[in-house]
Design a binder for this molecule. Sequence first.
Ligand code: CO8
Length: 258
Amino acid sequence: MNYENILTEINEGIGTITINRPKQLNALNRQTIEELHDAFDQFDKQDTVRVIIVTGSGDKAFVAGADIKEFMNFDAEQGRGLAREGQALLFDFVQNLDTPVIAAVNGFALGGGLELALASHIRIASDNAKVGLPEVSLGVIPGYGGTQRLAQIIGKGRAMEMILTAEMKDATTALKYGMVTEVVPLENLMETAVKKAKKLMRNSPMAQSLAIKSVNASYYQEGFKEEVNLFGQAFTTQDFKEGTQAFVERRKPNFTGK
Ligand code: CO8
């Protein structure tokens, strides 16, 4: 597969995937999700790749979310389809890979961007990182596993507060919440991720893949399916139309609750 929206490289056993749509702050459109699926799949199948690092291009964003402009005119069935397909191709797929995945979060990780980081096995952030699930400010809910994985990782109370306020948290707060395990200056982010990858490479890849499966075993829940249903339901509402329209018109939304 030829990639238009991502860059890949393999160096000393580390496969790096860089999401490369800097003008759109690396927002995940359908094509980018398909390319990411292919790249993760190819790396996972190669014995020479022992660890995968995923990051965003530029110094502003890891990923600023799913591509709002792509789904704003979807109906409920299309919304559900997009969420279901995206979860299968990317978010569940990454979570269940045999090869450990490190997310190097280099700026905004919002919506689908934070969800990609949450699906990764290890998260490291730069000090300028801003994380959040802003979907309710658009009249929709997280649809790529965020309502499930955020609560699993930082606990229900903090997850509920983040999701309902739609607020971004800075890197220090993300560290305090246990959402990331390390925060470093932006210029040291990739070298820190590589160092971590090299540490992982000292251990048995077979045992690591079993450990990933075992840790994940507690977290398969009906909640993921319910998220897809409720995500689709939001697409039938006036608030969703208003929220996404307000985003592209760069104004505050006027929600009516309908
Ligand atoms: N989708 C599409 N385009 C985007 C997105 C996005 N998520 N984020 C930024 N962009 C675009 C902007 O429209 C802008 O494009 P243009 O120059 O053509 O107008 C360009 O990127 C640069 O962005 P800004 O000018 O807004 O940059 P600022 O520095 O002013 O602001 C922010 C940065 C705060 C990150 C701001 O861009 C922002 O709020 N972005 C949206 C964040 C967001 O709401 N993300 C969540 C999206 S919803 C989601 O992820 C749902 C997940 C589940 C989906 C399941 C199936 C679809």
